[in-house]
Design a binder for this molecule. Sequence first.
Ligand code: ATP
Length: 689
Amino acid sequence: MDKNKITIITRHDHTLQSIIDQCYELDMMEDFNIEGRIISQLAYLPIAQDSLIVTTSDLFIPAIKPYLAENAKIIVAQRCINHTNIRSMLEIPRGMKVLLVNDGKERALETIAMLKEMGIELEFYPYYPGETTYPQDITIAITPGEAKLVPSSIPKVIDIGSRVIDLATWIEIYAHFNYGMLDLRKLTSRFVKSVFYITQELSVEIQKANLLSMQLEVIVDRIEDGVLAIDEEDIIRSINHKALDVLHLQGRNVINQKASACIPAHFYQIIWQLPYEREEVMNWEGQTFFFRKTHITIEGRTFGYLILFRRASEINKLEHDYRRKLTNKGLFAKYTFNDLTGRSSSFKKLTGIAEKMAKSNTTVLLLGETGTGKELLAQAIHNASPRRWEPFVGVNFAAIAESLLESELFGYEEGSFTGAKKGGHIGLFEQAHKGTLFLDEIGDASPLIQNRLLRVLQEREIMKVGGNRVIPIDIRVIAATNRNLEQMVGDGLFRADLYYRLNVLPLYIPPLRKRKEDIPLLIQEFIKRVCHELKRPAFQFSQGAIEIMLQYGWPGNIRELENVIQYLGHIVDDVVLTEHLLFNREEKYSQVATDAYNHEFETMYQSYVSKGFIHEMQGILQTIKKANYAVGRNYIISQMRTQGWDITEQQLRYRLHLLKQDNLLEVGRGRQGSSLTKKGEEFICWMKE
Ligand SMILES: Nc1ncnc2c1ncn2[C@@H]1O[C@H](COP(=O)(O)OP(=O)(O)OP(=O)(O)O)[C@@H](O)[C@H]1O
């Protein structure tokens, strides 16, 4: 049987194309013989006599009438948006401003009305030829097949295609041909299928979105900061565990709730007032928090704001832990040449040479009395060298027990001795790989360690304790000592071959008494530091006091000068007078001094406690006090043994080093032994109290 004929007549080609596409999508070709014409084709493409005419506007009827049979039936189609094209529109965030572009004002408004009817919740602005104004922040245009009319400044264009024939018109067409109920059911089910197809697609999208949102939730929860996202309608969109904890909120049921109703009022007030894109410090429930507020922007449009916050104590702890790790490992060089104070010609000459040495890769040997700044200079050299981004590892040969030194320096393999850590241990040499190794107090290295060091410096490779693998290492060595190495070589106490390996670029740092010009500058520098530390106003030296400072011999060099200024920072109001300078006085250290030292003594005491040898320190100080004159190490060891303290020479050497560093002991002339300083005596009294 011949199928019923339909001729679809439109003005534009693209409209016709969309409707024909729709006919194929709905399988209309099964029921009808459909052909299409645009008005301009009618003159030369005749229409079959018995064809039903379907046109898209009654305005076209006068133009098409002359080409139709007398009794031809015309249906003016009602049109709707093609469902299959709306997906891309659904991806636009709700409420966003968009330009609706069509070829005339009515048609633009009509399309807007249709889209709204379909539930598309966007802020539409009609645009058509003749209309030139629209909000400049619009970035998306939607058009039913009129992409060519979209202003070129709009970056994103969504073409939803020309409108197609709606269901009511199709029913009218079926009725015209007297199709039965069965066919109508078929028709509606085809329509439903097309909608169902989008629903299916959307449901896959929704599943994907749900999965993504769950993944995001997990990620946001892993963030250590409190995270809170609030949209422009004050609705909480995201909140992580940390934020829930801080705000004492239960579960995630606050999501999608009004922020002002769920969040404690004071906290809400804080975040409301926060400036955008700036770190702010605020108090909440007696604790200090760091806050950051940021806009949430999608495609140029702001959808709300994000708050990140964290307790200041946690940040401080992180920083503290980080620094402690670096410092513990000794991997970090803090000082540069800019941190070295001095203007004397000898100092300038010294730093000039050191800067040149920094550029090379050769071993440097720093020689100089205690406290002259050898370690500072070693760090500055490292930081001015090509290795500055690599580790700076310091090892103090007076500080590490000999029994541990070898494993500390070279590391050990797992199971190499009882008590060895699982996984073994990486030694300081290996940690310094690519960087600088600072061998401090090298004159205190035992003969065994001297042997091992020599081998490493010759071979540039190490073998771990208990290991059989050779590990190549690339390090630059800077060694330092306050001992006379040359004489030690002569006395057979230091290996000559090691000495020559280390003594490639020797650098002698003169004692402070030989560069007095630096004293005023150093005084100024240390006053600045101590006043900053104690948060107190600056102070000055009287003429008399400065003269004494210049005359004094400074056996402890810059460290001693620094300690004197520290002390003065505690006891002087604004001018240092001669009587304040304890090394200039007979009676020394008054009660005032004790008060001033309280804080410092407490710190020292705690540091000895934490090292686990406060009682030994007390024993050493008491032994020296009892002797009442400068005593040598052997004397101290023997005296302590009679009191039940079993202490090795190495241990004693390290403890004496600390006591000297803290200015509790001083080394007698000619290095015959150690005696108590007045500060040391004060410390003993302080401990008794
Ligand atoms: N040129 C300088 N400018 C400022 N401060 C300095 C200078 N030289 C040394 N200091 C300070 O003096 C103190 C001692 O310095 P450092 O520890 O480097 O000396 P050292 O020679 O290595 O001592 P030791 O031989 O006892 O280990 C440090 O607090 C350091 O900051």
